[in-house]
Write a protein that binds this ligand. Structure first.
Ligand SMILES: NC(=O)c1ccc[n+]([C@@H]2O[C@H](COP(=O)([O-])OP(=O)(O)OC[C@H]3O[C@@H](n4cnc5c(N)ncnc54)[C@H](OP(=O)(O)O)[C@@H]3O)[C@@H](O)[C@H]2O)c1
Length: 284
């Protein structure tokens, strides 16, 4: 199988780059933002058709949730138009597409976990742009896997959960949300689920998060305990105390219904995943 990756410098793309070769998938090209702006339809089309891939992984996205509030056009250009450009290029070249979406497409006010058949209810520019990307991909091709992920952490990530281990070890005080609930998910598990799906023709929408839920503050406390750092300082704050620009879903817990039905839900609990992640870092 031949693969193209967009968004090569991102945390998910890096995880894919280490997972795909081990699964026997050849990465023909991995393009970063500087190599190819996915908002540029011609550039995307050229990159895909000349690489003759079987599968294209779109890990590129405008992911700064707060900045998106001030840069709506840039967010929509990458997350909506960019996703559509890649889907169309896949159709042109006969490739399948693996696209990534987010738990933010839900407002987080539903009491039970969201499954793939719950209608999106995005709030904020980033959330709306990602929901638009899902719709545009679905309209452009029936040969796409759309994986909705959330609260993702990995070795090279710039986002809050990815930075926790480094900051805890450095003795920093961690100011974390005690109100928002999530299912922290190790990027390695998402890369594996991506590969497993890409090998099938079970196209469609998939929720891909670890099982169970915790607050972001409790997740930081869990990591500190696992790292053997009893003196770690985690300041558990209400969401309002964090002064975030964009709205966040209070409890956008995803149910991996479709993966489960297909016998492909190997995510395990968020605690198991966090331990596997720490083991991969050689911690404690
Ligand atoms: N991390 C999470 O917690 C999380 C949660 C839910 C969903 N997701 C989704 O998972 C996917 C991967 O996210 P990630 O965590 O790997 O994000 P990331 O680390 O921020 O990587 C995204 C990459 O996309 C690139 N990019 C941005 N705009 C682009 C454009 N117009 N053309 C080409 N490349 C562009 C960025 O480059 P620059 O930095 O140079 O702009 C960056 O290297 C995204 O679809 C995201 O929405 C992530």
């Amino acid at each position: 199988m031949r693969a193209v990756i967009f968004g090569a410098q991102g945390v998910l793309a890096q995880a894919l780059a280490s997972e795909l070769p081990a699964a026997g998938i050849t990465i023909v090209t991995a393009l970063g933002h500087k190599d190819c702006d996915i908002g540029d339809g011609q550039a995307v089309s050229h990159a895909v058709t000349t690489s003759r891939p079987d599968v294209v992984f779109n890990a590129a996205a405008f992911t700064d949730v707060d900045r998106a509030e001030d840069e709506a056009d840039n967010a929509f250009r990458a997350n909506a138009l960019g996703a559509q450009n890649i889907a169309r290029a896949c159709v042109q070249s006969g490739a399948t597409m693996v696209h990534y979406s987010t738990d933010f497409v839900f407002d987080g006010e539903q009491e039970r976990p969201y499954d793939e058949f719950d209608p999106p209810s995005p709030r904020g520019v980033y959330a709306r742009s990602k929901a638009a990307g899902d719709s545009l991909v679905q309209a452009a091709t029936t040969r796409a896997f759309i994986l909705r992920v959330g609260c993702v952490y990995g070795h090279s990530g710039k986002n809050f959960p990815s930075s926790l281990v480094r900051r805890l070890r450095a003795g920093e005080t961690i100011r974390a949300d005690r109100d928002r609930m999530a299912s922290p998910t190790w990027i390695g598990a998402i890369a594996r689920a991506s590969v497993a799906l890409a090998r099938t023709n079970h196209f469609g929408l998939y929720h891909c998060t670890s099982n169970g839920e915790t607050s972001w503050a409790a997740f930081a406390e869990f990591l500190a305990a696992e790292l053997g750092l009893p003196d770690a300082r985690v300041e558990a704050l209400p969401t309002s105390g964090l002064r975030l620009k964009a709205p966040r879903p209070r409890r956008a817990i995803l149910d991996n219904l479709m993966l489960r039905l297909r016998g492909l839900d190997n995510f395990g609990t968020w605690q198991d995943q966090a331990r596997a992640y720490l083991a991969s870092l050689g911690a404690p």
